[in-house]
Design a protein around this ligand. Sequence first.
Ligand SMILES: N[C@@H](CCC(=O)N[C@@H](CS)C(=O)NCC(=O)O)C(=O)O
Length: 211
Amino acid sequence: MLALYYAPGLASFLPHAMLREAGADFELRFIDRDNDAHKGEAYRKLNPNGLIPVLVDGENVVFETAAIALHIADKFPVSGLAPALGSAERSQFYKWMVHLTNTVQPEYRVWFYPHQHVVDEAAIPSVKEAAGQRLNRMFDLISEQLGDKTWLLGDRFSAADLFLFMLIRWSRNMPRPARTLPNLGRFAERVFARPAVQETLKAEGITAPFF
Ligand SMILES: N[C@@H](CCC(=O)N[C@@H](CS)C(=O)NCC(=O)O)C(=O)O
């Protein structure tokens, strides 16, 4: 039995969309973030960091978005969410998954939770602005690398594209949304059009603007 602990639009979006892409049988468990359910004792037994998401796969409890995503890709190989083990494409897939989780995703924590990155609250606007600038630069570089390719791996769709879509989405209310880079905007439209992504957005109750 698979259960995904989620809150609408948060990092749980990636594993959620993957489970739908894979046609998996799973249960969605809502975390009432507004009431700090993710900081409570019950949730911390699953993820001591008190962060969303968590995947429960039978007795196996997994936290960290990218680890959950890789586990889902491995568990449902016919979904094709990750290229074949040992292939050059697989290494490119790892490169993107690690870059997105290790470089881009943490920068959003500075933007969305700036108070956790300062000692003096007066520094918050400056810390936030610097994070916004770094994110702009990261998206510029991703845009250059995507070029006119359909997906990050070229013609082949993978979980890394769902990851990038989620990160593009998170910038939608920032001063320079990532979608304003024309190829990233077109890329987001392509991911958005996928039936599994539509189902994910609907199941999470997410409404426009989507990205
Ligand atoms: N590295 C962690 C980060 C997860 C994370 O930052 N989750 C956010 C939502 S996108 C969260 O739980 N925020 C609530 C909080 O920090 O209190 C992962 O990828 O699972």
